[in-house]
Design a protein around this ligand. Structure first.
Ligand code: NAP
Length: 467
């Protein structure tokens, strides 16, 4: 029996499409095709691979509006954010098209004049990717682009909530001239496909973006075949506002960081930690900015915050708000919802919580929703301790004009991404990724291609030449 995934619009609950779930044998066939295509692709010269990636970038740009509409329909994010995500995805294609040409080796001075040691890099083989629903194009682009640039073949399982954007993105790669078996997608339940990927000896690397719990199981299951892994997992970003900070800038950037994609972003500020001397002024300015945000269907003009992806996400967020209020927090704005469970849509008004304390669930669990908890600190040491008191280490932000405090915070925060007076530090040319339970490896920048390469050295002996 053919099995299908119904893809719904989270803003209305309507089914927008149904996609076929691939059977186990179809997934194994796709893996075999990817493994067989590896030899030719890895031998395709780097300049040709670069050109094909550039072609892909161009074709994606030609379909920018169509892709963005699709993304908003299945994910719910405002159209302006979807358009921005297409640009951001193309940045990865373009960056790694260039990096394909810069996969350098080196020679090492030998301790014996008759020898020469040469180091080369080569692609690791077939890469399997699993991607989340919150950035359906970008999370795929930043895996596929370096993999293909390195000379690896690639197979991806997009999130079941948002398969359409990813499928289209890959069809556009084929339209751009990249051979069909070099980049493929398969659809189905994450746990089923994850097991097939991890058990397969033909898959040499798993690259995953998603929750920490699933990431841990993929790391464990990759051990049997000793696969390479790259893991981009959950976050719980602190955003520190010092007493000397430009509070207008801090308030605007905190809103941008917190409420992008309705707060369903791994690098979203999840804890706003403000110096006690400026907390009242900052909170006032922050709320003035939050009041401007319009909640609605992402396709409507002027929408800033779309729906929550599903009921499970909605319940997690509202449970955190309830828990915080029961433990003494105050909702200064928000804490109101527009939902229709039978239709299947869930909207949350942006919510700001004050009088937040460390015993509240929101201080420990990723929220993935438009809720901003504010708490206070008095010394830099206390701010650092609060910020670091999490198993996550993805992104952290701080606002200060004092270069000594800024340097101190940079040096003591245990996070892979730091925004200093910047609520949006992500860029294709910078190494994105987390410390601690937020992940392994980096995506983006010159670091982002390394995980797709093996290092090989050759020692040539007997080179003495007597003329
Ligand atoms: P998720 O439940 O872990 O799902 C992510 C992907 O994993 C989906 O494709 C899902 O497939 C698949 N999956 C689910 N269970 C699996 C299993 N047992 N084995 C293999 N694959 C499995 O996470 P999510 O709720 O979609 O995404 C949100 C999470 O991603 C958050 O924690 C967020 O912080 C994190 N994230 C991290 C980054 C980063 O760069 N660090 C970026 C974006 C998001 P199905 O859809 O079929 O279940």
């Amino acid at each position: 029996m053919e099995r299908k995934i119904d893809v719904t619009n989270p803003a209305t609950g309507e089914i927008i499409d149904s996609v076929q779930m691939h059977s186990e044998s179809e997934i194994r066939t796709a893996i075999n095709k990817g493994a067989n295509a590896f030899f030719n692709w890895s031998k395709t010269n780097a300049h040709k691979r670069a050109q094909l990636l550039k072609n892909w970038a161009q074709v994606v740009m030609n379909h920018k509006q169509e892709l963005a509409n699709l993304m908003t329909l299945e994910n719910g994010k405002p159209l302006k954010e979807s358009l921005g995500e297409v640009d951001y995805s193309v940045d990865y294609l373009e960056w790694y098209a260039e990096e394909a040409k810069r996969i350098y080796g080196r020679t090492i001075p030998a301790n014996d004049g008759s020898k020469r040691i040469i180091v080369t890099k080569e692609p690791i083989g077939l890469v399997a990717a699993i991607t989340p629903w919150n950035f359906p194009a970008a999370m795929m682009a930043r895996k596929a682009a370096p993999a293909l640039a390195a000379g690896c073949t690639f197979i991806v399982k997009p999130a079941s909530e948002t398969p359409l954007t990813g499928m289209k993105f890959i069809e556009l790669a084929h339209e751009a001239g990249i051979p069909k078996d070099v980049i493929q997608y398969v659809n189905g339940k994450g746990s089923d496909i994850g097991s097939i990927f991890t058990e397969s000896e033909a898959v040499r690397k798993i690259t995953f973006t998603g929750s920490t719990a699933v990431g841990k199981s993929l790391i464990k299951n990759s051990a049997n075949t000793v696969k390479h892994v790259t893991m981009e997992l959950g976050g719980h970003a602190p955003l520190i506002v010092a007493k000397d900070a430009d509070l207008d800038l801090a308030a605007k950037q905190a809103v941008a960081s917190k409420f992008r994609n309705a707060g369903q972003t791994c690098v979203c500020a999840n804890r706003i930690i403000v110096h006690e001397d400026v907390v009242n002024t900052f909170t006032e300015k922050f709320i003035q900015e939050v009041e401007k945000l319009k909640v609605g269907n992402g396709l409507d003009d002027g929408t800033d915050i779309g729906p929550i992806i599903n009921k499970q996400g909605f319940e997690k967020i509202t449970d955190q708000i309830k828990d915080a209020i029961e433990k003494g927090a105050t909702a200064k704005i928000g804490n109101s919802f527009e939902t229709n469970e039978s239709e299947g849509y869930f909207f949350i008004q942006p919510t700001v919580l004050t009088e937040v304390t460390t015993d509240m669930t929101i201080m420990h669990e990723e929220t993935f929703g438009p809720v901003a908890p504010i708490l206070t600190f008095s010394t830099a040491e206390e701010a650092v301790e609060l910020a670091n008191s999490t198993p996550f280490g993805l992104a952290a932000y701080f606002f200060t004009s004092d270069y000594r405090l800024g340097t101190y915070l940079h040096d003591h925060l245990k996070f892979g991404i730091i925004g200093w007076n910047d609520g949006g530090p992500s860029a294709a040319h910078a190494p994105f990724g987390g410390m601690k339970e937020s992940g392994l490896g980096r995506e983006g920048g010159i670091e982002g291609i390394e995980p797709y390469l093996e290092t090989k050295y050759m020692s040539i002996g007997g080179l003495s030449f007597n003329g």
